[in-house]
Design a protein around this ligand. Sequence first.
Ligand code: 5AD
Ligand code: SF4
Length: 468
Amino acid sequence: MHKPDLCVAKNREKVKINYVNLDLDIKPVFKGKKYFLRTYGCQMNVHDSEEIRYYLEQLGYSHSDVLEDADIVVLNTCAIRENAKDKVFGYLGRCKHLKKTKKDLIICLCGCLTEQPSEIEAIMNKHKYIDIVIGTHNLSDLPKLIVDANGKQNIEVYSNSDKVTENIKYSRDSKISAWINIQLGCDKFCTYCIVPYTRGRERSRKMENILKEVQELKNAGYKEITLLGQNVNAYGKDLDLGYDFATLLEETAKIGIPRIRFVTSHPWNFTDKMIDVIAKYPNIMPYVHLPIQSGSDAILKKMNRRYTVEEYKQLFDTIKEKVPGVSITTDIIVGFPNETKDDFERTLDIVNYCKFDGAFTFIFSPRVGTAAALMEDKITLEEKEERLHILNELVNKYSLENNKKYEGKVVEVLVTGPSDKGEDKVCGYTDTMKLVNIIGSKDLIGKIVKVKITEAKSFSLDGGVVSD
Ligand code: 5AD
Ligand code: SF4
């Protein structure tokens, strides 16, 4: 059994990357049995679940949407905020109940929650019905742990990893749009954030392996890829091989997949070279997710974000100027410890300045092990909720205003699936990442079509297909 070190939060040294080439031989020993997989959190987890699903299917399990029908339940967890954690433990209650009548049920926990020592303690003491706990660095051990499951709790979590695993296989969610990990972990240590502890030091995959994956996805007919990392624009800094994110983006664009996206960008590492590459290649989508987190320099400093509001504004303006029609979204935290009314007003100022296409907004949630969790905080939850409400009103106003500009225009949409707005509709995304509900048949799925926008709402657009 490997438990994460309790002092993991202090461990900040750079790692020498150890590249491991995966070559697993998985036998379908569970043929006829069913799996239930639930994913919480960010795109990293969504992509990790595609790896988990590959292992489950290789073991012979078939998919079930119904928890009660499952022989194995896998919860891929998130630890970014307390409510993400609460959701997991709430769902575990249902699993525990099911196990009372289904003794052979295997319950498995993966994802960021398993990398928190305090949660491991709780799992060992209070959640003994969980069979397997596996960390974020050793997912490829999952098939073996499942085969070896024997009714005793098995915890295999490594708190730190120097590993980058290559040749991972995925059972992907989509045949149209695919995720590609380009970098694992994060070295930024924003004081509120648990990710550097749950995902480890920043490690870049080698460019040749990423480009090979892009080429394979293109050959398989994929229309879109998204390059994934906590700070994609810090890509390559740890490798010293003479290339950076701009190089990777450019080489990816040359392969000729129709749509290329990337998330998430940290303002600190965003270079002019990157902006030039985005502007140069029509298959790099004019969309940037650029978290600002706060509009107050004092709070940004306490957050260890490494930029000032002025620097963010300059970067924002340069991207807008050099990439025509670009849409920019952001993340904002309200109620960081002792955020004053004035600090909050500054956040409203930056939203008024940037008029973001969209923003994910959060109330600060203290995470055990992070620096901000130890900071004094006199602001009440009511005050924080009120600030969030005010911020959301403003953010939504600008989302709608930006979307309104699309009314009457013809835009290209990659149709990704059926729409939940009606049987006669499908949905997809513009190059600028606007969700569009389109009247049309399912035959459109997987195609890039021209759509005339008829109505704009805060979070989506409506439209109809037009011929060339
Ligand atoms: N509390 C609230 N929001 C957080 N985020 C990260 N950590 C926390 C936290 N402790 C937000 C940030 C980040 C996004 C993914 O989640 O805005 O960009
Ligand atoms: Fe967390 Fe900051 Fe790293 Fe983003 S850049 S994952 S917010 S530590």
